[in-house]
Write a protein that binds this ligand. Structure first.
Ligand SMILES: Cc1cc2nc3c(=O)[nH]c(=O)nc-3n(C[C@H](O)[C@H](O)[C@H](O)COP(=O)(O)OP(=O)(O)OC[C@H]3O[C@@H](n4cnc5c(N)ncnc54)[C@H](O)[C@@H]3O)c2cc1C
Length: 427
């Protein structure tokens, strides 16, 4: 058992189907590097790859196994944009900045595709579209407005609304009133994507260290990262621990909150393409969102049902199954073969927290939309390190506020808020 091995990760579908990856030895002794990256998920790996591309020497310290944080456990849904609608971005930032932000999110998609292509990462990538299913009749109104806003203000003609019948032809699910289709979205095998990035980083000369938990950071001049068996002294640091940050950097911990989320994978289904057509990625419009897709071998991979207590459910399979049957009642007899969970980090505004504390750069808090955006964050952090901070400043300007009560009180207050929204979903 390692630092990031909890919540059934060993029993996940992703570990069962992971590509071979030679484990990396822990850090031993004191080493110098240009950049020390802390955390081996998408954010840390993209930052490491970009830093190596710029000619920096890079050491990446991972507390547990590479890719075993949120990056190797998630729904694999690749959703263009931010966890805010185009309309909300315009309302908050005005048209010009909202367009700039939206374009940056499209760059994240492009960078992700490029990395997967350039390094020939075998991760079952499908980019045939992402559907947001309308759980309430009233959702169709905002979906139409969103498609129009995307076309008119973001120059993005790739989103359109499907009627209830059209949506049903794509997803054999009950109770939806239509859907918003984004033709540029998709999905991938999240752990194999992370492991592929790690292999690419290794190939680019990044020294990977697993089972090397950073226990203490010095940030007065440059960054020194101390583990149990050594230390890295670097000109710059990248803190990429997301929901697992814990107490390592109290100055930023209160901007994000870890929330557990759970998934299952069924046995391969004989009629997979009749359940979800075209290899689409699907989620619904509920506040406590359900998200699902078919895996390469025809399993339904389904996530849903946040819990409002830090303790995991005694039986993850039973907990998620309820949500599966709500949407696919005809799957009563489908066998669930894998069940696991992970910690997702959310921010107050649902926009990520990206910035720097002296020579220590960080990006976290993607709020459930962190499969694509880390490619952008990793690139922009390294641009700033190399002296070009224009785009970094745009992203740093998104900084979400602290949770009320900071790191100590955020959980009980959040639980109350979530209960209210979950209740609203049901009414
Ligand atoms: C269940 C679940 C479902 C999700 N579904 C989706 C989805 O479908 N689509 C989507 O876009 N997003 C989704 N997300 C969000 C997405 O997975 C995350 O935003 C993204 O993976 C964050 O990547 P990261 O590299 O920043 O963090 P992580 O992948 O969590 O990596 C952080 C790493 O830091 C390491 N670490 C922590 N502390 C230390 C330390 N002190 N020293 C060294 N290393 C340390 C951890 O071990 C971990 O490996 C989901 C998340 C979860 C949990």
């Amino acid at each position: 058992m390692g630092f990031n091995s909890g919540l059934g990760m060993e029993r996940s579908y992703y570990v069962a189907t992971a590509n071979p990856f030679a484990s990396a030895p822990p850090l031993q002794g004191e080493i110098e590097a240009d950049v020390v990256v802390i955390g081996g998920g998408y954010t840390g790996l993209h930052a490491a790859l970009n830093a190596a591309d710029k000619g920096f020497s890079v050491i990446l310290l991972e507390a547990g196994k590479i890719g075993w944080g949120a990056s190797g456990r998630n729904g694999g849904q690749m959703i263009p944009g931010w966890r805010k609608s185009a309309g909300e971005l315009i309302g908050r930032y005005g048209k010009a900045k909202a367009k700039l932000l939206f374009d940056l999110s499209l760059e994240a998609l492009q960078l992700t595709r490029e990395r997967i292509g350039k390094h020939a990462i075998q991760c079952d990538l499908h980019l045939n579209g992402h559907l947001t299913m309308a759980a309430k009749p009233g959702d169709l109104g905002w979906m139409r407005t969103e498609a129009e806003t995307l076309a008119a203000a973001m120059d993005y003609p790739h989103a359109r609304v499907l009627s209830a019948d059209e949506a049903r032809a794509k997803v054999a699910a009950d109770g939806f009133h239509g859907a918003l289709l984004d033709e540029k979205g998709g999905h991938a095998h999240p752990l194999n994507y992370a492991l592929g990035l790690a292999e690419a980083a290794r190939g680019a000369g990044v020294q990977l260290c697993e089972h090397s938990r950073v226990l203490r950071l010095e940030t007065k001049q440059g960054v020194v990262a101390h583990t149990e068996s050594g230390a890295v002294r670097a000109r710059y640091g990248v803190l990429a621990c997301d929901a697992l940050l814990d107490g390592l950097e109290p100055r930023i911990a209160g901007r994000i909150m870890p929330v557990a989320n759970y998934l299952v994978a069924t046995a391969p289904l004989p009629n997979a393409h009749e359940i979800i057509a075209d290899h689409l990625a699907v989620s619904d419009s509920r506040f406590v969102v359900n998200y699902f897709r078919m895996s390469e071998d025809g399993r339904l991979v389904f996530g849903g049902g946040e819990r409002y207590s830090p303790a995991p459910p005694a039986d993850i399979e039973a907990f998620v199954r309820k949500h599966v049957l709500q949407i696919f009642p005809h799957m009563r007899h489908a066998k669930i073969e894998y069940a696991w969970g992970g910690l997702v980090s959310i921010s107050m505004s649902r926009l990520p927290h990206i910035g720097r504390l002296g020579d220590l750069f960080f990006a976290h808090g993607y709020s459930g939309q962190g499969v694509l955006l880390p490619a952008l964050a990793g690139k922009v952090l390294v641009e700033a390190m190399a002296g070009t901070a224009e785009r970094f400043d745009v992203l740093a300007g998104l900084a979400p506020p602290e949770f009320p009560g900071g790191a100590a009180l955020r959980t009980p207050l959040y639980v109350l808020g979530m209960l209210w929204y979950a209740l609203r979903d049901r009414l």
